[in-house]
Design a protein around this ligand. Structure first.
Ligand code: SF4
Ligand code: SF4
Length: 116
């Protein structure tokens, strides 16, 4: 069975451009939405994203909506813990497809790493 984990040097989910995520206000509280919007840089990437190394500069202190954790996903998206694995894989694939393309090296690496 495929096993979700974050693949190093991907970074696709740090592309925050709100026009790609029209339903943000449906799962983020007003303060979280304000925080989210404050992080969007001019190029659509998070201002905390280190594009060279494809890493988060504030990883330990990253916001709740950046965390793939059972309680966060249950609260934000109504996903039960036993559905988290599959849902997180779908989220990553959707984000990777949007940013890099569905035949990108990043998609290939992700699929290989999680065992698809
Ligand atoms: S899209 Fe998924 S694999 Fe890529 S950086 Fe985000 S959590 Fe990690
Ligand atoms: S805070 Fe970090 S993990 Fe969250 S979107 Fe920005 S760079 Fe990515």
């Amino acid at each position: 069975m495929a096993n979700w984990h974050c693949v190093k040097h991907c970074g696709a989910c740090c592309h925050l451009d709100p026009s790609d995520r029209p339903d943000l206000d449906q799962y983020l509280s007003p303060p979280e939405l304000a925080l989210y919007l404050s992080l969007v840089g001019e190029d659509g990437w998070c201002v905390n994203y280190d594009a060279l190394n494809r890493e988060c500069r504030v990883y330990a202190e990253r916001p709740r909506f950046c965390r793939v954790e059972a309680d966060v996903f249950q609260d934000l998206y109504g996903i039960e813990p036993d559905e988290l694995n599959e849902f997180a894989i779908d989220c990553c694939r959707e984000q990777i497809e949007g940013v890099y393309g569905d035949r990108s090296l990043e998609m290939l690496k992700f699929d290989q790493a999680v065992g698809i």
